[in-house]
Write a protein that binds this ligand. Structure first.
Ligand SMILES: C[S@@+](CC[C@H](N)C(=O)[O-])C[C@H]1O[C@@H](n2cnc3c(N)ncnc32)[C@H](O)[C@@H]1O
Length: 194
């Protein structure tokens, strides 16, 4: 993804990835999210960084993107697939709006494969994350921490990295690459639409 490319950031939340794409790659970005609250917070941050001319935020569902086929040079998506009922259909929808030759890049939480790291990760998500959440944002953030402790391993169990990469290939992406982050606590996958 390079200067002038039009990128769609799906499940954009507060537009963190969208703003990073503008800063680092000089892209134009459309960010889509289902939550009006997240989009309102995102718009405030986009305004604060003077990026209104480069980023447009729209409300919508990843499963039914309100864009024509092949409308974008690139698609980014982070931390979405755990939330959708049908990851295969959602991934096909993301690829539909990507032009042939364009890149899709995704980021998901993972579970570290190395046993000592996995043990430390379990302890962190079971106790550390809810405690930090409570300190930083109160009971709602502590609940989010506890939710992540259950939801990340459940998703990882259903969609281990190998199966996830197969899902991307089945959706029509080629030259697929993957990189573990933080000993496997994060997984980046990217590929090109055939
Ligand atoms: C954990 S946040 C990640 C936000 C952002 N991608 C980031 O990395 O900062 C997940 C976001 O996905 C959005 N989301 C969940 N399901 C969605 C769906 N089906 N369609 C669009 N957005 C969705 C939520 O509203 C939330 O903003």
């Amino acid at each position: 993804m390079g200067a002038g490319d039009h990128v769609l950031d799906v499940a954009t939340g507060t537009a963190a990835i969208a703003r990073m794409l503008v800063r680092r790659r000089a892209c134009r970005v459309t960010g889509l999210d289902q939550s009006p609250e997240m989009l309102a917070a995102g718009r405030a941050r986009v305004r604060a960084e003077g990026m209104e001319g480069r980023i447009v935020l729209v409300q919508g569902e990843a499963e039914r993107l309100p864009f024509p086929d092949a409308a974008f040079d690139g698609v980014t998506v982070s931390y979405l697939l755990r939330y959708v009922e049908d990851p295969e259909a959602t991934m096909a929808e993301l690829v539909r709006v990507l032009r042939p030759g364009g890149t899709l890049a995704s980021l998901e939480f993972g579970v570290p494969p190395w046993p000592p790291a996995r043990l430390a990760w379990r302890a962190y998500t079971a106790a550390g994350l809810p405690a930090l959440g409570l300190l930083a944002g109160g009971p709602a953030w502590a609940r989010t921490g506890r939710f992540l402790h259950r939801s990340i391993p459940a998703f990882h169990h259903r969609w281990p990295p190998g199966r996830l990469i197969g899902l991307y290939a089945d959706a029509g992406l080629a030259d697929l690459r993957a990189r573990r982050l933080s000993l496997g606590g994060g997984l980046v996958i990217w590929g090109r639409r055939t």
